[in-house]
Structure formats: C-alpha cells, structure tokens
Write a protein that binds this ligand. Structure first.
Ligand SMILES: [Zn+2]
Length: 389
C-alpha cells in the first residue's frame, strides 16, 4: 500500500521566486482561458492546445505540465459548479500565488533546488530541521510553493501491521477520549482549542467597518492565527494517539460522523452562539490527521456507525439515562459511567464485535478493577502531554 504525506514550512521568497510564482499564475490563467474558450477540461486536450502557447514565458518546461494540470483541475471544478449553481458560478481565474512542481526540483543537502529560467539557472531555498527530518532521505514526489510557504509531499510503500487490539476514539467539542482494548482510558483536552476559536469569533464579530477588502484581510489574519494554534493542538493529540497505537500494535476505530453541519444550520431553533460553537468543531481535521498519520505507520483505521454509541450502555447494551453533567446511569447494570468513556468503549466494541464486562474489557486482567466501572483511572492528556488525574 502507498502512503502519502506532506510537510510544510515557511520561507522568505526572493524577487526571483516571486516572479516565477507570478509567471506560473499567468500560465495557469492562460490555460484556463483557452479551456473556457474551447470548452476543454481534460489534461490531454488542454496540453495539445496550450503547451506551445506557454513557451512565451521564460520558465523551464517542467512547469508547463503542472500549470496545465492545475488549470485542468480548476476547469473541472468550474464545470461541476456550473451544473450545480448555474450562471452564478465564479469564473475560475487564479489570484493567489501558488506553484506546483513534480519534475524539476531536487532536495540536496539542506536545500531544495528549483530551476527558474530555461537555461539551467537555479534558485535555492533552505529547508528547516523539521522538514529535513520528515523527508529523511526519501525522494519527494512534488513541491508546492506559495508566497510564504513551501510544502513537499512524500510517499512510501508500507505493509499494514497485523493488529493485536484496538483503540476506540470518541470525539466531541472539548475532549477526545480513547478506550484501548487493554483497558486503559485516556482523555485529550481540546478545551484550549475551543477557547481559541471562540476568541477569534468574538474578535471578528466586533469588526464594524463596512469595507469588504479590509474585512477580508482582518478575517484572513484571524483565520490564519486560529488555524495555526488549533492545528498544533490537534497535531499533538493525533500524534499521541497514533504513537500509542503503534507501540501497542493496535488498530484505530472511529465513529463515522456524517451530516454534522446540517445539524447546526440556521432555522434549526438553536442559538447563534451554539451553532457557531458546534460548527467550529474540528472533528474532520482531527480525523484526517489521525488517518494519514496512522496510514503512514501501517496502522489500520476502521469506521463504525455512530448509532447508539452515546446512549447505550457499553456493558449490557441497554439504554442509559443522563445522571449529572457528564455521566450516564445504566439501570440494568446499576452503574454510573462517564459519558465520553462510555462512547469510546462502545466505538471500540463495535469495531471488534465484543462487549465490555463490568470488570473492564473481556480480555483484561480481573484483578485490575473490581465491580465499579467508575474506578477505572482516567488519564488526562493536554495536547501531547499525559498526566495522571
Ligand atoms: Zn448496562
């Protein structure tokens, strides 16, 4: 199986690089123009019509194909939009500086070498330690360059591990709770991420000036700040979960969460603040990170239907009732259990077709916890750090 991932870093562009980026943008727009005029969307037909026209630019030929491929993608999206929304679809010219390369660049020593003009001239960008460590001597697949960041995509052939257990993951707005088939429960705290998002939302809502351009800039800035901060919190959580799965040789089981945005739409009788809070939930981003990191390590990832995972008892399977703020009570087993822990265990059980006993998971040692479900120690983890508590 092929696993793919990308590593991204910031850099300061030189004049040369900026002019290359601008040329690439114009090349893509030329191709888009040709494609719109002659109604082409396939890479092949677009290449035949556009390749020679692009020779007007003094850039190495390796960028012509990637520009055509970028344009083909844009045209395909535009055609889809046109079908969906009719004439209100936006004409798809590129305004942002961004370049893709698959053939011309090389990573040598601590640098990435990029061809810039046709006669074998190169420019260099220094890679940082994190990028170099991630590349680790592999041959990169492609490079994407914007005005302030570069991202290198890598791939490797991996063999999937034969799992000896599983980790069930329950995600909600503030916590990510995991239940392992060896009985341990771990909770990752996302409260900080939720707070950052709330703060950004509030700052944006205080913006009063009626100027779309300034608003765009200010919102863009807060969006970036939020993405970076929240992203690093999520990265810590996903890395720690995948690390644990790798150490224990466990597979990962998550709930399939579908249609979540539909649940919190205007007109559903929920308050603005409530909707904003739940719509800012990064459930998909976390899932994406866990999935690609797990895949990179050869750890299988499974999804189970969400139905019943949050209300049914993880021991007997019957319906539970809310008991206090975050606990549930099962009448049949006569126990109280943390809501998130119960959900994580249900997800784990669904992924493996087994049920918990009151003494913990089926194969756990009996002397570990006797009788009371709430006795299971809950480890708290804030970001990547794990603390007892
Ligand atoms: Zn029960």
């Amino acid at each position: 199986m092929q696993a793919v991932k990308a590593v991204r870093q910031n850099y300061r562009p030189t004049e040369e690089i900026l002019s290359l980026l601008e040329d690439f943008r114009c090349m893509v727009n030329d191709c888009v123009r040709i494609g719109l005029r002659e109604n082409l969307t396939s890479m092949k037909s677009l290449s035949i019509r556009a390749y020679h026209q692009l020779s007007a630019y003094d850039v190495p030929t390796c960028y012509r194909l990637t520009a055509i491929s970028r344009a083909a993608g844009i045209l395909r999206n535009y055609r889809r939009e046109l079908k969906k929304m009719g004439q209100s679809a936006r004409v798809p010219y590129v305004t942002r500086l961004s370049l893709t390369d698959c053939y011309g660049f090389r990573v040598t020593h601590r640098l990435v070498r990029l061809p810039i003009r046709r006669r074998g001239e190169y420019t260099f960008i220094v890679l940082n330690d994190h990028t170099l460590r991630t590349i680790g001597g592999r041959t990169p697949r492609s490079l994407t360059l914007t005005a302030d960041s570069l991202s290198i995509s890598l791939s490797k052939e991996i063999a999937e591990i034969e799992p000896v257990g599983a980790i069930g993951i329950d995600r909600n707005l503030d916590y990510v709770t995991t239940a392992d088939s060896d009985g341990s429960i771990l909770r990752h705290d996302l409260v900080r991420a939720t707070k950052i998002k709330a703060r950004c939302r509030e700052t944006k809502s205080r913006f009063r000036r009626n100027d779309a351009r300034i608003r765009g800039r200010v919102y863009g800035k807060y969006g970036r700040i939020q993405r970076n901060r929240v992203g690093s919190i999520l990265h810590n959580v996903s890395a720690s979960i995948v690390r644990r799965a790798k150490e224990k040789r466990f597979r990962i089981v998550m709930e399939e969460i579908r249609g979540i945005r539909k649940l919190y739409r205007k007109g559903n009788g929920q308050s603005n603040d409530y909707r904003a809070r739940l719509n800012s939930w990064s459930f998909y981003e976390l899932q994406r990170q866990i999935e690609y990191k797990a895949r990179w390590e050869g750890i299988p990832v499974a999804y189970v239907a969400a139905r019943g995972t949050s209300v049914n008892c993880s021991i007997c399977g019957s319906r539970t009732y809310p008991n206090g703020l975050r606990t549930l009570h099962c009448l049949k087993c006569d126990i109280s259990i943390d809501r998130d822990v119960n959900a994580a265990r249900n997800i784990l059980a669904k992924g493996r077709g087994v049920r918990f006993t009151p003494d913990g998971p089926p194969e756990a040692r009996k002397e570990a916890v006797k009788g009371n479900e709430t006795m299971t120690p809950i480890l708290r983890a804030d970001g990547g750090k794990v603390t007892q508590g």
